[in-house]
Design a protein around this ligand. Structure first.
Ligand code: LLP
Length: 389
């Protein structure tokens, strides 16, 4: 819509250019997270009345400063591996295990053992685990993750529901699961679904919540309904900012019909994506067959999302921000693989040159945590700033 202020014009990092250029001098590639953004997103979610419990999916970004902040803002933490559980209790030694969820997928027995020993809430999403390890699941209060028969999200690779998905117990087997749990002296006290990541329709959660509430009533012992994460953020000018009010209104309607259940969410991306930028330095500018390319010292090993999901991230030349004549560039990394591309035909200053500091925006979620050392490249570094507006 003409005249609308787009997120990229108001991004926090525009006001932090000098500071970011200074940080980049200590070496790139480096991720920089602004805690003020995380705090603002956390408070926006905390203000949503129908939600009783909030968990942060730490897989999105497990930097200690972010975990500390979100814990202080009242968030519990959702973990998917023993490694994440250990990390959380290392960073927050006094954290009550009651504020931690363990939501693994195809985990080995040892990870469930560790989670029960820690006293965190364990979610199970198949009957076979109970059949195989009855001793482990005896006399427990369990959460059950179901598959509502469909997946949602920004890319096929992040949809977590439906026949082709490895996640969740099909609804048709819920009764069987509940009976088996009861035979073991256990109770299903939580009902959980997460159908995917980067879901744009606010009504998705309302529908899900309604369905889960229906199943929860049938089960009888359920106290908490967890509608997962999946809240999107606007990565490009074409994306509308998520309508948090419409989302909240939908949840309030369901809550009014089913007031008996505590309602939980476990977002990752929404809380941290916009807080993070990836600073990287241009290595070479090359023209080949009419295509101009700028190469970076960050690659698909530093930020996998473009290579893995064709994900869009805004890219700016921080050394030459604003007012420069522009040309189209492909932005690529140093990895020996053709998928090592951050963006094609991107508008950047025509004068873009080696040693310029480039910024890849909205990289606070699923950035550093997915980085790897492919081609024997080093992991990026991380910095925290707290730019209170
Ligand atoms: N809960 C469960 C059970 C999940 O599997 C996930 C994410 C979340 C919560 C948090 O979802 P979020 O609010 O962040 O959408 N690497 C991909 C995203 C993978 C998400 C995996 N599960 C990406 O970069 O887009």
């Amino acid at each position: 819509i003409a005249g609308t202020i787009r997120p990229r014009e108001t991004a926090w990092w525009r006001g932090q250019r000098e500071h970011l250029l200074h940080l980049a001098q200590a070496g790139t590639p480096r991720y920089v997270y602004n805690l003020a953004t995380v705090r603002a997103r956390a408070r926006a979610l905390a203000a949503i009345r129908p939600i009783d419990q909030r968990y942060y999916a730490i897989k999105a970004n497990s930097h200690p400063a972010i975990l500390e902040l979100l814990e202080q803002e009242g968030f519990g933490l959702e973990c998917v591996s023993h490694g994440e559980l250990k990390h959380v209790f290392n960073v927050l030694p006094t954290l009550s295990p009651r504020r931690v969820l363990f939501t693994p997928s195809f985990a080995p027995r040892t990870e469930y053992e560790a989670a029960f020993a820690l006293g965190v809430t364990v979610t199970v999403d198949n009957v076979e685990a109970l059949q195989r390890w009855p001793d482990l699941f005896r006399n427990r209060e369990l959460w059950l993750r179901v598959d509502l028969g469909r997946g949602e999200g920004h890319h096929a690779k992040v949809r977590t529901g439906g026949k082709d998905s490895k996640f969740g117990l099909p609804i048709a087997r819920v009764d069987e699961f509940v009976r088996l749990a009861e035979d073991l002296g256990s109770r299903v006290v939580g009902l959980h679904a997460h159908l995917g990541s980067g879901v744009e329709t606010a009504q998705h959660w309302r529908l899900m919540c309604d369905e889960l509430a229906g199943f929860a009533r049938r089960i009888g012992s359920v106290e908490t309904i967890d509608i997962g994460g999946g809240l999107p953020i606007p990565y490009s000018d074409d994306d509308e900012p998520f309508d948090l009010d419409a989302w909240a209104a939908g949840l309030a309607e369901v809550k009014a019909v089913h007031p008996a259940f505590r309602l939980a969410i476990e977002p990752g991306r929404y809380l941290v994506a916009e807080s993070g930028v990836l600073l990287t330095t241009a290595t070479q500018v090359v023209e080949k067959d009419g295509i101009r390319r700028v190469g970076l010292d960050a690659g698909m090993n530093t930020l996998m999302r473009p290579a893995l999901y064709d994900a869009w991230h805004d890219i700016e030349n921080l050394s030459r921000l604003g007012g420069y004549a522009e040309a189209l560039f492909d932005v690529v990394g140093p990895i020996c693989e053709s998928s090592d591309v951050f963006g094609k035909r991107r508008r950047l200053p025509v004068s873009t040159a080696p040693d310029d500091v480039m910024l890849i925006a909205d990289a606070g979620a699923y950035g550093y945590v997915m980085a790897n050392t492919y081609n024997q490249r080093e992991l990026p570094r991380e910095d925290i700033i707290d730019d209170v507006p």
